[in-house]
Design a protein around this ligand. Structure first.
Ligand SMILES: CC[C@H](C(=O)O)C(=O)SCCNC(=O)CCNC(=O)[C@H](O)C(C)(C)COP(=O)(O)OP(=O)(O)OC[C@H]1O[C@@H](n2cnc3c(N)ncnc32)[C@H](O)[C@@H]1OP(=O)(O)O
Length: 252
């Protein structure tokens, strides 16, 4: 089974689907590479927006694949992985087309970081999301913390990050993290939410998103994302982090 799927519909939407439902769509190197490929493909003239989603109805993305990444013990071993995904999420953040996180299920840790980098976030009724990294004695490491602090009020962002709790779809909607909560077919709900955006010329969409991208570039957001990866790698190398990951893997 392909670990990710890339498809394009007639209305100009490019879909990137994380296809590892048996691992709650956890991110490994292949998923990172697939996301980078989808971001590149979305630059095509006929693409109006990039939609990121997950296979199945249990999880959007459960973050980094702990069964793989827990082998990374030191900050020197963790940094290349963190920096690789931080760079890809930086490309997602600044890509010249609108982006949508179609959150078909739970989003955890790095899964929230991917969603936060998108322009719009749609959540399936009943889904939950949480920046749980603090519970694993690390911080976000793929840029999600820096982007959250850029896009949301400081207290909202800091509470989400330091709390490390799973928040319900209604809570996420009320705080403005989700733009819409949907029931039923994800594709239909996504196209209905985008609505008249899909009638606009690509040049208009690109010009509008450029206003946001320019703001974030001038705020040195890419540099801040890189610093976040460096900081996460330092915490990653500490013993307490490895103990917390072992606890999760032993639970499983
Ligand atoms: C790389 C760091 C990155 C960052 O911060 O930058 C991070 O993302 S750190 C955070 C990492 N993610 C997590 O801690 C989430 C761990 N997973 C869970 O809490 C649950 O699995 C959940 C809530 C996603 C789904 O719970 P549910 O009860 O529906 O399923 P199971 O827990 O039974 O899991 C099914 C199956 O999937 C495997 N699984 C789930 N998440 C991950 C993961 N992140 N990495 C690796 N494997 C994962 C789980 O082990 C089960 O596998 P099985 O072989 O069936 O035992």
């Amino acid at each position: 089974m392909e670990s990710y799927l890339i498809s394009k519909d007639a209305s100009g939407l490019l879909f990137y689907t994380i296809n590892r439902p048996e691992k709650r769509n956890a991110v490994n190197d292949e998923i990172m590479d697939g996301l980078e490929k989808a971001i590149s493909l979305a630059e095509a003239e006929d693409v109006k927006a990039l939609v990121i989603t997950g296979a199945g109805d249990r999880a959007f993305c459960s973050g980094g694949d702990l069964s793989v990444f827990h082998r990374l013990k030191t900050k020197e071993e963790a940094y290349p992985m963190l920096s690789k995904m931080a760079k890809i999420i930086g490309k997602l953040l600044l890509m010249p087309k609108p982006t949508v996180a179609l959150m078909n299920g739970v989003a955890i840790g790095g899964g929230c970081e991917i969603a936060t980098a998108c322009d719009f976030r749609l959540g399936r009724k009943g889904m939950k999301a949480g920046f749980v990294q603090g519970n694993l004695a690390i911080t976000t490491g793929w840029g999600g913390g820096s982007i959250l602090c850029e896009k949301f009020p400081a207290s909202t962002a800091l509470k989400m990050l330091t709390d490390g709790s799973m928040l319900s779809a209604d809570e996420l909607l009320n705080m403005g993290y989700l733009d819409h909560v949907y029931e039923g077919d994800p594709y239909r709900n996504c196209t209905e939410f985008l609505g008249k955006l899909l009638e606009k010329e690509v040049g208009v969409l690109s010009a509008y998103v450029a206003i946001l991208r320019r703001k974030w570039s001038e705020a040195s957001l890419i540099e801040r994302i890189e610093q976040e990866a460096v900081q996460c790698a330092i915490l990653w190398g500490k013993e307490i982090h490895h103990q917390k990951v072992e606890e999760f893997l032993n639970k499983s």
